[in-house]
Design a protein around this ligand. Structure first.
Ligand SMILES: [Zn+2]
Length: 469
């Protein structure tokens, strides 16, 4: 059922909230045939936590929506593979940074795939773009927007009067009120690093300013220009990146490209909280995607991340996971009831119009999920190929209901129980009941319960499923 893609819906306008204008705006790409989107990716030195997966899941739904509406979408999600945190981990473990970054970049790809996220079209790595980064810094120096000091190159915030437009901060106030580290090589405390010197034990590249490495912000500006062009349609990321990272990206790209608009839309997803608290190592509530995927069905994790509107904060809790599983149980129960209804596999699944309209309205996934529930009710009340196809088509748009219903009910957490063993015990129970040995039949039922298997005796025989929480 996951094999065929949903059909394109009738032309429907898309509106997206733009963090730069602070308004909902009708979306139209610069080139009507090609949408460009850049999402700030991970710094790869450890497994990512579930908070880091919210943006990739949300923007996966957005990219799929855009692909249904436009002939081409170029989606770039970068890998930051040089960074002081990576350097520290490499020094501590006595290995080259590449052995850490290649391992965790791969773990990241696996985690994202595990959540049903399609890979980006381009996955630029910072260390593969050092040449472009150096050229961009040179352009900034030539234009009077950056200066060299003691082996560092810094962006001169005072020379860019519109600095602060995205975050709504006033540059003069920023400079006056800045309490950030006062480095002797900075003209103003708000000036930020484009290039910094590397000591011999640190990774470094030759540059006009000596051996060194790039600052973090310039990496995204250079990779975005290299793969998507100087002006892109959408730049996305978590709201925690809005300042200073995205503010600095705008300053660098705009100044390096002669004042051209850098990103036409800025989209930011809200943060996850955990039982109402921020996730932190000291609170011991860091949840890695890697581990969660082993504990819960991936569609439940995905559903939870889509349950709130992407711009709002979202709370993660065991109760919320249980609720997501129970919602999916309900929808899969409908699909199991409809398992006798065959669909024409040569026809693409339809995109239900009301669900699509919800997504076109600033990616309103809570509304889209409510529409999916309506479709499930309709399919249960009036089973037919059309109602079944609508439910599956709506699920596909959100990356849900992609499993065979029997497989869904037979999985425990992220893994499956031994179905052969369950079937053998059920057969033994049938035989015991036929022989009126009810004590033995009850003992088998208890054994199944202890395995987390729930059985239901009905007119069509005994059905079983696995309790997932
Ligand atoms: Zn970035």
């Amino acid at each position: 059922m996951a094999g065929f893609a949903p059909t394109a819906p009738p032309a429907m306008p898309i509106s997206l909230y733009n963090s730069l204008s602070r308004r909902l705006e009708p979306f139209a790409p610069l080139d009507p045939n090609r949408v460009t989107l850049y999402l700030c990716g991970p710094t790869v030195y450890n497994y990512v936590h579930i908070g880091n997966a919210r943006g990739p899941v949300v923007f996966d739904v957005l990219v799929k929506l855009l692909r249904r509406h436009y002939p081409q979408v170029v989606y770039a999600r970068n890998i930051t593979d040089v960074d002081d945190k990576i350097n520290a981990a490499a020094l501590e473990q006595g290995v080259a940074i590449g052995s850490i970054t290649s391992r965790f970049a791969q773990a990241y790809r696996e985690d994202m795939a595990g959540l049903g996220i399609a890979p980006p079209d381009v996955e630029p790595h910072a260390t593969a773009h050092i040449g472009q980064i150096i050229e961009m810094i040179q352009a900034l120096i030539r234009g009077g927007h950056a200066y060299e000091a003691q082996g560092h190159v810094l962006f001169d915030v005072a020379a860019y009067p519109t600095y602060g437009a995205l975050s709504g901060r006033d540059t003069d106030e920023l400079i006056a009120g800045a309490r950030v580290e006062v480095a002797p090589y900075k003209r103003n405390p708000t000036d930020f690093v484009l290039w910094k010197p590397s000591t011999p034990e640190l990774p470094g590249w030759d540059s006009p300013w000596g051996r060194g490495r790039p600052g973090w912000h310039i990496e995204c500006s250079a990779m975005s220009a290299a793969h998507l062009g100087e002006t892109i349609d959408i730049h996305a990321g978590g709201v925690d990146l809005l300042f200073p990272h995205h503010e600095n990206e705008i300053a660098q790209s705009t100044c390096a490209h002669g004042g051209k608009v850098f990103a036409r839309w800025w989209m930011h997803n809200g943060m996850l909280t955990f039982d109402g608290r921020k996730m932190s190592k000291s609170l011991g509530n860091v949840l890695h995607v890697h581990a969660l995927l082993k504990m819960h069905p991936h569609e439940a994790l995905r559903l939870l991340l889509l349950r709130g509107h992407y711009r709002q904060p979202l709370d993660w809790s065991d109760a919320a996971i249980a609720q997501a599983i129970s919602t999916l149980d309900g929808w899969y129960r409908v699909l199991r009831e409809l398992s006798g209804i065959e669909l024409d596999g040569t026809q693409p699944l339809p995109v239900p119009e009301r669900l699509e309209a919800a997504l076109c309205d600033d990616l309103n996934t809570p509304q889209a999920l409510a529409e999916l529930s309506v479709l499930a009710d309709a399919a249960r009340q009036a089973p037919s190929p059309a109602t079944k196809a609508a439910l599956l088509g709506g699920g596909a748009v959100l990356g849900l209901l992609q499993q065979d219903p029997e497989a869904w009910f037979k999985q425990a957490g992220g893994s499956e129980v031994d179905a052969g063993q369950v079937e053998a015990l059920l057969e033994e129970r049938r035989a015991a009941r036929a022989a009126r040995d009810f004590a033995r039949a009850d003992a088998i039922r208890n054994e199944l319960t202890s395995m987390g298997v729930v059985i239901e005796d009905g007119a069509q025989g005994t059905r079983w499923s696995v309790a997932k929480h």
